[in-house]
Design a protein. Sequence first.
Length: 275
Amino acid sequence: MSLPLSLRRLPSIALAASLALLAPLAGHAQTTTASGWTLTGTAGVVSDYLFRGVSQTQGKPAAQLTFDATHTNGWFAGLFGSGVSNAAYANSSGTEIDLYGGWRTEIGAGMGLELGFISYWFPGAFTRDADGKHVSYDTQELHAAVSQGAASVGVWYAVSSHWAAFAVDPYSGVNKSSRGSTYVEANWNPEIAPGWTLNLHAGRQIVKNFGPYNFTDVKVGVSRVEGPWTFSLAASHNTGNAKKGDTALWTFFDSNGRGRNVVGTRWVASLTRAF
């Protein structure tokens, strides 16, 4: 799952972006239509695709593509695509596609408000609940954020019946819904020198009815814009538990049954080009 907002690119996805969800990055190419829409896009590669500090690629690189459209009246929409691991999304095609949209406005004194919706799609990916019924990894979240200068805070709320296919309690084996899972984050992305931005992020994920999976994630990094190119390097830490006792939690298993811890501390680098 990627964060297409200012929270993600901020960290973008990171997927943070500076908390004006999906706000165009500095240095992005732009095309403005006569109808008032501004179109931007980026293509790039990341050394490890992290979603809220959780590796979606088993620590391996991924190619990513983003398209954004923003209107002078505050409406925005976009698409994000990335490779993901089949260990993270069982039976999938190894692809994530996110569609998002919303509205942003100024609410006075340099403060911004953003309201949005995002749908994360993982073509072909599914698991099964305790009764053997198909459970999709596809997830939908509502988003709200406020920003002031380089700082922003936001919240994400899952409206799909299952957040990231969490459907079976790992200890009792009982079916549960994870609708209502919530992520709260804060970001600060000040320019520290011409072309250089400091990227600071902290977030807290609460997985409804699945407390053992709750985590806090933090990220410290820098990004550099040079013409159409943006390079970033960051250290990320996620407090999630890979396992508790004999129960695997934030451990993803590949097709040969080998498990890999997808939380903890990681370095991640990315290079993108605007077009």
